[in-house]
Design a protein around this ligand. Structure first.
Ligand code: HEM
Length: 120
């Protein structure tokens, strides 16, 4: 089902239209209707300068009203910044030490093996 919402100029009541059966017949095409589905399409509808007969046609697809005051305000979710824990800091230090120590240990081992094989 495809809903297009258009509101009164008083902005207190939203008129809801189910334009599904009208999609194929709409002279402006179905893309424009799909683009405004589920939102207030008043400006989009008015900008076209629809004729009086177009406005009369709307009655056919009218399915109800929504009280504008009952529509929840859109909230944007802000992810709280992660505070690095002390455990994370400890892990970072350990990784840095290992990054430094491991190559030195490998070099030392290679050197020791070389010394050992030389003396034999
Ligand atoms: C139930 C809602 C709607 C009905 C009954 C309807 C009806 C019509 C009709 C009968 C026409 C032919 C021109 C005229 O008589 O004015 C038309 C054209 C058009 N409509 Fe709609 N319309 C509706 C919603 C919308 C919406 C929401 C939009 C925009 C997002 C839109 C965009 C257009 C466009 C672009 C044209 C073509 C205008 C042109 O070629 O000059 N219509 N519509």
């Amino acid at each position: 089902m495809c809903l297009t919402i258009t509101c009164h100029s008083c902005l207190l009541t939203f008129q809801v239209y189910d334009v599904t059966p009208f999609m194929d017949e709409h002279p402006g095409g179905d893309e424009v209707l799909l683009a405004v589905t589920g939102k207030d399409a008043t400006n989009d509808f008015e900008d076209i300068g629809h004729s009086e007969s177009a406005r009369e046609m709307m009655d056919k697809y009218h399915i109800g009203e929504i009280d504008a005051s009952t529509i929840p305000v859109k909230r944007t979710h802000v992810t709280p910044q992660q505070v690095p824990s002390n455990q994370d800091k400890g892990d970072d230090v350990l990784i840095k030490i290992l990054q430094f120590l491991v190559p030195i240990l490998i070099l030392g081992l290679a050197f020791a093996i070389r010394q050992y094989t030389k003396s034999e």
